[in-house]
Structures are given as C-alpha cells and as structure tokens.
Ligand binder design. Structure first.
Ligand code: HEC
Length: 224
C-alpha cells in the first residue's frame, strides 16, 4: 500500500518519503491583536493582553523601555473558549510604538503596540464622564451600565485591538465601521456595523473624547 502510494505521490509531487500522513497539518498560528492600542500616564496602569494558539510561546517587546510583557493566566472572556490559547500581559512604561514578538519553536509572529500619552487632566475628565450622574439623557454615567455585575466588557481585554476613532464611533454613534477594523484579543474576529443596542449614542464634549479613551484604556482587564 505504501509503495503504491509512494509511486503515485512521486509522480504527482516529487515526494520522496513514504508517509502514512495523507493530509499535511498546517502550522499556522495567530497572534492577536495585530495592532494593540494602549496609553500611558504615571498615575494609572495601562495594560494589554495578547493571545496565541502557538505552543510554548516566548514573548518579548523590542523596546523594553516602552513596556514589559509577562505570560498570563487565561482571562475569562464570555462566549470564548480560551483553553487552547496562551496569553501574555503587557504593561506600558512610556509613550511610543514598538513590536511585540511571540516565538514558538521556529516560528516568530509580531504585533504592533501603540502607546499614547495621556495627561492627568484627560484622565480626570474621562473618569468624571464615566462616573458622574447627569439629568441629561444623553449623558448617563457609563458606569451605570458597564460597572454593574454582568455589564458589557469594554476594558482593554475587549477594546485594545481597536483604534480611537472606532471606539468613539461605538460610544457616540452606536456603530463599528461598516467594514471590520481592528481585532478581538483572541482571534481575527472584528465586529462591523451597528450595535444591536441602537440607543448607545452618548454625548461627549471634545475634551471628554480623549478623556474617555484615557479612562477606558486604563481599566482592569476582566478579572486581571
Ligand atoms: C444604558 C446602559 C449603557 C450606558 C449608559 C453605556 N453603555 Fe456602553 N454598552 C452598553 C451595552 C448593552 C453594550 C453592548 C451593545 C451591543 O453590543 O449591542 C455597550 C457597548 C459598549 C462598548 C463596545 C463593547 C463591545 O463589546 O463592542 C463600548 C466601548 C462602550 N459601550 C462604552 C461606553 C461608554 C464610554 C459609555 C459612557 C459614555 C457607555 N458605554 C455607556 C450599555 C451601556
């Protein structure tokens, strides 16, 4: 059987080895998100989670002054089976851009880490908008929904793979861009188009736009 198969294979593809494995498994692994957005302010903690399906990953950041990276326990992500994934947690140390590297055996995958500096004023404006009650129906405190038990996760665990404009579109216009941009932390999935919650059209003043990003990007990641 092997001999017959081998001559067929040699004729077809120039194969020289006799193997019982007819189907070649792929060794393609992902590293997510491809681009991670975070922030920096000495008074807050800014972290980003990376995930890969590759076995025994080793992690590094090209510019060690920009951020640290440590292997992490799997976070709890609702609706996502994280058993086959490995995670690493990045903590930023200053603003700038660098490359995150994941090496598994002979494979190295890279992702981009973008760190924006936030001022104390921006951080304070974002926290105030997030928490402060208002009689204006377009300005409810974000915390009134998101900080409740079971509130929708909008920490960096969920949002680090999305740029500022995408997140502001979700907050103010209840929509992701029409074609997917950015990325989930655990796969290449990216939401597109309107939220099912059509009323998610909240008012932000101009200073609150950077402020809310400064605050959201500094939230703890799920239980971590
Ligand atoms: C009345 C409750 C409520 C308030 C107030 C609220 N949100 Fe939300 N938010 C939700 C719900 C529910 C979703 C999920 C919507 C969906 O997917 O259809 C959501 C989704 C999000 C998302 C996207 C998360 C994802 O998984 O795609 C972000 C970011 C977000 N909210 C930020 C904010 C910010 C910032 C504020 C305050 C300015 C705010 N929200 C106020 C209920 C609320």
């Amino acid at each position: 059987m092997c001999v017959a198969l081998m001559s067929a294979l040699v004729a077809l593809a120039g194969a020289t080895a006799c193997s019982d494995a007819i189907e070649e498994p792929t060794y393609e692994y992902g590293l997510f998100p491809h681009v991670a957005h975070s922030g920096f302010n000495p008074k807050a903690t800014y972290r980003v989670m990376f995930a890969t399906g590759a076995p025994e990953p080793r992690w590094s950041v090209d510019d060690p002054d920009l951020a640290t990276i440590q292997p992490s326990m799997p976070p709890a992500i609702e609706g996502t089976d994280v058993k086959s994934l490995s995670f690493a947690l990045v903590t930023t140390k200053k603003e700038g851009v660098s490359t995150v590297r994941m090496t598994s055996g002979a494979t190295t995958l890279t992702a981009q880490l973008m760190v924006k500096a936030y001022t104390d004023e921006q951080l304070a404006a974002g926290k105030a908008r997030y928490e402060t009650a208002s009689s204006d129906p377009s300005r409810p405190p974000c915390a009134s929904c998101h900080a409740k038990p079971g509130g929708v996760d909008h920490s960096p665990l969920k949002m680090a793979g999305f740029d500022d404009a995408t997140i502001l579109g979700v907050i103010q216009n209840a929509t992701y861009p029409p074609s997917p941009t950015g990325q989930s932390t655990t796969s290449a999935f990216a939401p597109a188009g309107p939220l099912s919650f059509k009323g998610h059209t909240w008012n932000l003043t101009d200073p609150e736009k950077d402020g809310i990003l400064a605050h959201l990007r500094s939230l703890p990641l799920g239980g971590l």
